[in-house]
Write a protein that binds this ligand. Sequence first.
Ligand code: HEM
Length: 164
Amino acid sequence: MFQRPSVLRQLFRLLCLGCILFLGNWGGAVTHQYVAQAVEPQSLYERLGGYDTISEIIDEFLKKMFADPQVGRYFIGMGTDTREQLRQKNKLLMCKNTGGPCKIINRDMKLTHGGLGITDSDWHVAVTHLATTLKTLNVGEEEQKELLQLITSLKEYIVEHPGP
Ligand code: HEM
């Protein structure tokens, strides 16, 4: 006689426990979603692989620039130390502009390149060397695109003679 309400009570308890577990899990999922949204997206610097990758990119890129039959002439007369400084300034510039923890130490881009007479064709050579470097070093497609966009934004300060 008294067993029936007890079984019902047991069933009710089980149902409640199930609800609590379900809601708890759902709540957890929602919380997790909010936490995921609150996490900052990674900077280009981080996605590239940090300073080590940037250092490799600049070393490889400038090696190509120095050896190039068309644009190599701009660097003739630069000694080992001056080239090393150019490399370092470019690394810090790229590090800072991609969101890294570096301090820029180079002069203003227009001031530095002013008077060199860099042409559109020279610019094209430089961008091609950079693009090849990024591919060779297996930089991600999205990061390649973002980096090339960043460089393109500097063109107006560097090219003095549009046209070949
Ligand atoms: C691709 C974009 C470029 C970036 C981000 C860039 C960046 C720089 C930086 C950071 C410096 C050092 C500035 C300083 O000494 O304070 C520099 C110097 C120099 N760059 Fe560029 N550059 C670019 C394109 C070019 C191109 C296309 C050429 C030539 C074809 C070029 C030729 C030079 C030369 C000759 C110097 C040394 C100038 C001097 O100290 O008198 N650059 N560049």
